[in-house]
Structures are given as C-alpha cells and as structure tokens.
Design a protein around this ligand. Structure first.
Ligand SMILES: [Zn+2]
Length: 351
C-alpha cells in the first residue's frame, strides 16, 4: 500500500482521504470494480494516480513501489497496462476497438489487464457508444480507469457504469503555462514594507497594493488568452468532421476557462504565501528568535521596530483568515476584495 500512501500531490482534504481509503480497501480485499472514473484538476496528476492504483492492484505486495510490476506500471510500460490517449483532438472509435482487442487477448504476465483512458471527455459519439457496450459487458477480469478534467462532457450512461472518484490536487507553478510570478514576488515584499511604514498613507496603501497585483495578473492573463485563441483557430482550420470539431471546440473553451481560473487561484495563492511568510516572521521575532531563521531575513530590524505592540493572537487570527480566503477562492473570484481585506487587516496590526 506504500504507493497509495505516498502520493504527495493530493490536497489534505477529507474527500481525498476518503477516496484513498476506499481504493486501499478494495485493493486489500481484492474487491476491484471493473470500471472507474477519476476526475480532478490535472490530467497529468490523474494519470499518475491511476498508475499508482494500477500498480497496487497487480503487485503481490499490493503496491510496494519496488518490484518490477510496480516500477513498470508506474512508468506506464507494464504489458498488462494499456494507456489510451488520442493523438489529436478527438478520441475516435479505432482507439476503442484497439483497447477491446487488448482486453480480449489473455494475459501472459501476472495480474489483471488494466486500461487507462486519458481525456475521456474527448471521445466522439461512436467511440462513446462502443465503450459503453464494453462497460456493459466487461471482459473477464479487465479493469477500465477513465480520466477526465471535465466530467460534464462525458456521456451520463458511461458515468453511471463507473465508480466515480473526484480528486483535488495541489498544483505547482509548472502546472500553469506561461505564468511568471517573479514580478509579483519582487514588488510585493517592498510593497508590504511601504504599506506598513506609510502612516500618512501617502506611500503605498493596501488598496493600491491589491490593484497593482491584480494588474500584473491581468497582464499575464492576456498572454494566456493569446495562446488559447491560437489553439482555437488551429482546431477550426483543422478540417475533418464538423460535428467532431464543434464538440471539441466546446470542450476546449471550457478547458480554457478552467485554465484561466486556475491561473488566478495560483497567483493569489502565491500572494497569500508571501503574506503568511511575513506573519510567521513577525511571530518568530516576537518570540525572541534571531534574524537567521526568518523567511525574509532582511526584514528583521524592520519587524522589530514596527510590530512591537502586536499580540500573537492577532497574528494567528490573520493567518487563519488567509487560510479561509484560500478556500473561498474555490467559489468566488472577487480577488480584489479578498486581497484588500487581508492587506487592510495586515496594516491594522501595526496601529
Ligand atoms: Zn510492487
């Protein structure tokens, strides 16, 4: 079970924990369903998750991570494993016929035959119906794991044939293309200092700081939008079946929408990280530590001078507010308001 316990890209959240527990239980009791549907916010991480689960199913030690079965499955090269992926924008019926063939030939290696279908939402109708038939009369012992970032685009009859798991992943910087937060990092630290210093509010005030950050994010968003519209154009001009193209355009647009909101969330979360690091520094200085252990060592004297009268519990309260705001970002995109609120509370600490 070591592989499933070692996944480091899951958000610490009850839903993920319950999912892992269910998967581990089914591996433990050899009670594996014939069809799963994993959906979540990153195809690459969904795929890693599916491979970890597949390895756990077939490994003699139920996912040791060290045997040949585990290692080759994690690499995606174990003979009993078939990863289905479209080379183009549509997953067509020939891919499904291929996977049916793979499933029907009996296995010469130990373990079950497992088929992972990436971006299952881009199956066209013919392919979907063909897969549906297979799911209705599954081959003996075969397992299907469908992966998608957009469950709404999958045929409901297919969804109803699968055990559905919804995941929430921690996304790193590399998960958002063309994002560069260097500008935010460099200006924010100084911005916060100025904000605290500006008792007369002639320098940077919290509201201006929020606006500055939002405008940097907006600039970056423009770059993303340019790339996205290029992508749309390419698909439009690609030739091929009109219905397929229209279906794919719809999916692409909803993917772009998610990409943009993911980008904003990531950007604001970086800002929150910086403010949290500041607050932790203030706490550490208050408790008498030296400048060596600070996140921003250069701020030691500044913090000593400006945060003398702040109570620790106020800092804890603001740290909590930041964590709550992170959750709030999942539902709303009132970024300016959220940032203003935090900056103002931060500034008020010093008065
Ligand atoms: Zn193993």
């Amino acid at each position: 079970m070591e592989i499933l316990d070692g996944l480091d890209f899951l958000v610490e959240e009850d839903r993920n924990k319950t999912n892992i527990k269910l998967l581990k239980n089914s591996v433990e009791h050899r009670d594996i369903s014939h069809a799963y549907l994993f959906y979540g916010n990153s195809m690459a991480l969904l795929c890693r998750l599916a491979l970890a689960f597949s390895a756990s199913i077939n490994c003699y030690k139920r996912g040791c991570g060290r045997c040949d079965i585990c290692r080759n499955t994690l690499k995606g090269i174990y003979p009993n494993l078939n990863i289905v992926e479209s080379e183009g924008n549509i997953l067509t019926i020939d891919k499904i016929i291929e996977l049916q063939k793979f499933m029907s030939v009996s296995s010469y290696m130990p373990g079950k035959k497992i088929c992972v279908i990436k971006n299952a939402e881009i199956m066209n109708e013919l392919a979907s119906n063909r897969l549906l038939k297979t799911l209705e009369e599954p081959p003996d012992g075969g397992i299907f794991i469908l992966l998608t970032e957009d469950i709404s685009a999958i045929l409901p009859t297919i969804v109803s044939r699968c055990l559905v798991f919804n995941w929430n992943f921690k996304l790193g910087r590399s998960d958002v293309e063309s994002s560069d937060f260097a500008a935010i990092f460099s200006s924010l630290n100084d911005g916060i200092k100025n904000m605290i210093k500006s008792n007369d509010r002639t320098c940077v005030n919290p509201l201006n700081l929020s606006l500055e950050i939002i405008s940097i994010l907006k600039e970056m968003e423009e770059e993303i939008k340019t790339t996205q519209s290029k992508e749309l154009k390419e698909v439009k001009n690609s030739g091929g079946d009109k219905d397929d193209i229209n279906k794919y355009l719809k999916i692409l647009k909803s993917r772009h929408k998610r990409q943009t909101s993911k980008f904003y969330k990531l950007g604001i979360n970086h800002v929150f990280d910086i403010i949290s690091a500041w607050l932790v520094d203030v706490l550490v200085v208050k408790f008498g530590a030296s400048g060596e252990v600070l996140n921003y060592r250069q701020n030691y004297l500044f913090i000593n001078e400006n945060f003398k009268n702040v109570e620790a519990k106020e800092i804890f309260r603001l740290l909590e507010t930041i964590e709550e705001s992170r959750d709030y970002l999942n539902f709303s995109i009132y970024l300016e308001l959220t940032l203003d609120n935090i900056f103002i509370k931060f500034q008020n600490l010093c008065y």
